[in-house]
Design a protein. Structure first.
Length: 299
């Protein structure tokens, strides 16, 4: 009988310790793990001539993941460049066209000096000198008018090329956006498109998330708010896969300013609390934490 009694005692203690070891009842809050996800969308419309995204792939920031067909953009740019060249070729050569008039002015100026000397020596009349002065004035006015006209024409053509160059810059921007670059270091969570499909501006292509640091979203009651602050280090317990828990370090980086009703899937220290506050905790991921996993926090 004593032997049987000892067996029952050992069994009871084993059950008690097993129950204690199978969970972590000393927690202040619980929640589930999530990550900062980025949905990468197309910034151009056309056929995906290249798209190398695979779910689960590890990507680096700036890595080229795809290209949207740029044939029409290239042809449009080529046409605009040709238009700019055509406009520039029609610009007048101001210096060359004014050189002829300037030569006439130089000749008239020389003639004026010669007639001034002739008039002083009574070898020419004053009328002849007046005629030379009038001719010189006409040439100078003609020079000024021609220069003004040519300058206006040139400025108009330059303005025309500015508008064309602005369109070329727009095409260049669209060409850059036709190349799909990964925005962050992370893991591909979901792929929404495949190579050779037609995409459109704003259409989701894939979802990527940085899983090196996970986010544990927990909820605390109003009474617990006084126990926590931003930057506070906390202890996070997660399932180790062997009916036990392993402990990790975490840091509170966000506390909601508004209360909400307790989500049905969340336990708080005070189960009777109806209104709770959401809190986010950064936890370094050793590769074993997955999105949706359960976690417990002690302050």
């Amino acid at each position: 009988m004593k032997y049987i009694k000892h067996i029952f005692t050992i069994a009871a203690l084993s059950f008690l310790f097993g129950a204690c070891g199978g969970g972590n009842s000393k927690f202040d809050a619980t929640g589930t793990f999530e990550s900062e996800e980025v949905v990468v969308s197309a910034e151009a419309t056309g056929n995906l001539v290249l798209f190398t995204v695979e779910e689960g792939a590890q990507l680096q920031k700036g890595q080229v993941m795809g290209v949207v067909d740029t044939t029409q953009l290239y042809l449009k740019k080529k046409q605009l460049i040709g238009s700019v060249t055509s406009v520039l070729s029609k610009r007048p050569d101001i210096a060359t066209q004014l050189a002829t008039i300037q030569k006439q002015i130089d000749v008239a100026t020389t003639e004026k000096k010669r007639f001034e000397n002739l008039v002083q020596s009574n070898a020419a009349t004053t009328k002849q000198l007046d005629d030379i002065n009038s001719q010189l004035d006409v040439l100078k006015k003609q020079y000024a008018a021609t220069k003004s006209s040519l300058t206006i024409t040139t400025e108009g053509m330059n303005a025309e090329t500015l508008a064309l160059n602005a369109q070329i810059e727009q095409i260049n921007d669209q060409l850059v956006k036709s190349v799909i670059k990964n925005p962050i270091d992370g893991t591909v969570i979901t792929r929404y498109a495949k190579q050779s499909e037609v995409t459109a501006n704003g259409k989701a292509l894939y979802k990527v998330a940085d899983l090196s640091t996970m986010i544990l979203r927990i909820y605390v009651s109003g009474n617990q708010l006084a126990q926590i602050k931003l930057g506070q280090k906390v202890k996070v317990s997660v399932d180790d896969g062997n009916s036990g828990y392993r402990e990790l370090g975490g840091e509170i980086y966000w506390i909601s300013a508004k209360s909400e009703f307790t989500p049905k899937t969340i336990q708080t220290k005070d189960e009777r609390a109806n209104l709770v506050y959401a809190v986010k905790v950064h936890v370094k991921n050793d590769g074993l934490i997955k999105m949706g996993m359960y976690g417990e926090v002690r302050f």
